[in-house]
Design a protein around this ligand. Structure first.
Ligand code: ATP
Length: 378
């Protein structure tokens, strides 16, 4: 720990966020369903999920802008559901960063302190310190209309940072910026977080943002937490079919497979992979396009098919191979790899990268139990 027991480097309290059995309904629409989540102190945690899954609602409940239907929210030892937003010591940064148009940047950043009656000298010092971190010292005298989108977003961040909140809540703060600026701001936000060490909960539907900035990613769907893990974990060990299909670009191939006497087969072709003990007869096999390579038909352990679609994506080429009617596997190969539509080909699935799922529950079978065996049928 950098700052002493219970405090971070800026002398602030360390605050973890504990959410237990949290539900929220709007009328009959149950948007969050008995959600449990612990956000460890000082971590940057992203709520990631498709539009409408309840991310913003969860953030607004944490902020106190909505009241839960059931459940509780604690910041450290303190129970906060029921407290108004002003008593939670949080700072929010939204997608639309409404700055006061008539005030200059310094006053925009310091306005929250001004209304709280912070003395002018202290205000100036704190605004200066934040502006230095954000590298906007030279902009302090400008009006918002004289700033670029990225500069305005930094001012909005400055306004949140200057209050030294226990927790930052951010709702898609980069989504109004163009792609290049967004990429630059991702790095900056991550750096600010490492410098400040303030617990941050960040809502996005952009998996690149989640994967590049977070200590932990909370994957949500339909008001339910699907998986909580580091970016590496949710990518390499998806807990269920939803996470497997949602994380990763291009998406993971998910194809029907079978457990035939302990051996995994796809469309009757045995793969060099043993099904875990107790695996059901019907399986879903998951493999990322990067872990599929092209092979010659007839090679042991491969699956024959014909080229259905070829797509160039920069330095790589995606080859979609139809292995049975309406069953296709995408391989991501080097752009120099030539393939023509309807070519007879085969795909090899890297046995070490195969995921197996139970189609009934959607849950992943334990990865360590998916063993590689000899390429020829046993
Ligand atoms: P997006 O990425 O599109 O912002 P989200 O995951 O943040 O989506 P929410 O904004 O939390 O999703 O919305 C979840 C569901 O709750 C949606 O079906 C939405 O219509 C509904 N909802 C949100 N706020 C309200 C409200 N104030 N009144 C009624 N329904 C609401």
């Amino acid at each position: 720990m950098r700052g002493g027991e219970g405090l971070n480097r800026s002398g602030e309290r360390m605050t973890d966020v504990a959410i237990r059995g949290l539900s929220k309904s709007f009328g009959t629409n149950r948007v969050l369903k008995a959600l449990d989540l612990t956000v460890p102190s000082r971590q940057f945690v992203t709520l990631l999920g498709p539009s409408g899954c309840g991310k913003t609602t969860l953030l607004r409940l944490i902020a106190g802008l909505e009241q839960p239907t059931e459940g509780e929210i604690r910041f450290g030892e303190r129970r906060v559901d029921g407290l108004p937003p002003g008593e939670r010591n949080i700072a929010m940064v939204f997608q639309s960063y409404a700055l006061y148009p008539t005030m200059d940047v310094a006053r925009n950043i310091g306005y929250g302190l001004e209304v709280r009656g912070t003395p002018k000298a202290e205000r100036r010092e704190r605004v200066g310190a934040v502006a230095k971190v954000l590298e906007i010292l030279h902009l302090l005298g400008r009006k918002p209309r004289e700033l670029s989108g990225g500069q305005r977003q930094r001012v909005a961040l400055g306004r949140a940072m200057v209050r030294k909140p226990d927790i930052f809540l951010m709702d898609e703060p980069l989504s109004n910026l163009d792609a290049k600026l967004r990429a630059a701001m991702r790095g900056e936000l991550r750096r600010f977080h490492l410098d400040l060490g303030t617990t941050t909960i960040y809502v996005t539907h952009d998996q690149l943002e989640a994967m590049t900035m977070s200590d932990l990613v909370v994957v949500m769907n339909e008001g339910v937490v699907q998986q909580i893990g580091t970016p590496e974990e949710v990518y390499a060990r998806p807990a269920n079919l939803f996470v497997a299909g949602f994380i990763g670009t291009p998406p993971m191939n998910l194809i029907p497979a079978r457990n035939e006497g302990g051996r995994v087969t796809v469309e009757g072709h045995p793969l060099p992979v043993a099904a875990p003990a107790g695996a059901p007869a019907e399986l879903i096999l998951g493999i990322r396009p990067q872990d599929v390579s092209m092979a010659t038909p007839g090679e042991p352990g491969t699956i024959p098919g014909k080229v259905w679609m070829v797509e160039l994506i920069g330095s790589e080429r995606l080859i979609e191979v139809e292995i049975a009617p309406k069953v296709r596997v995408t391989a991501e190969v080097r752009a120099s790899h030539r393939a023509a539509l309807d070519d007879a080909v085969a795909v090899r699935l890297d046995p070490a990268q195969i995921h197996l799922f139970d189609p009934a529950s959607g849950q992943a079978l334990p990865r360590e139990a998916v063993r590689e065996v000899g390429a020829r049928p046993a």
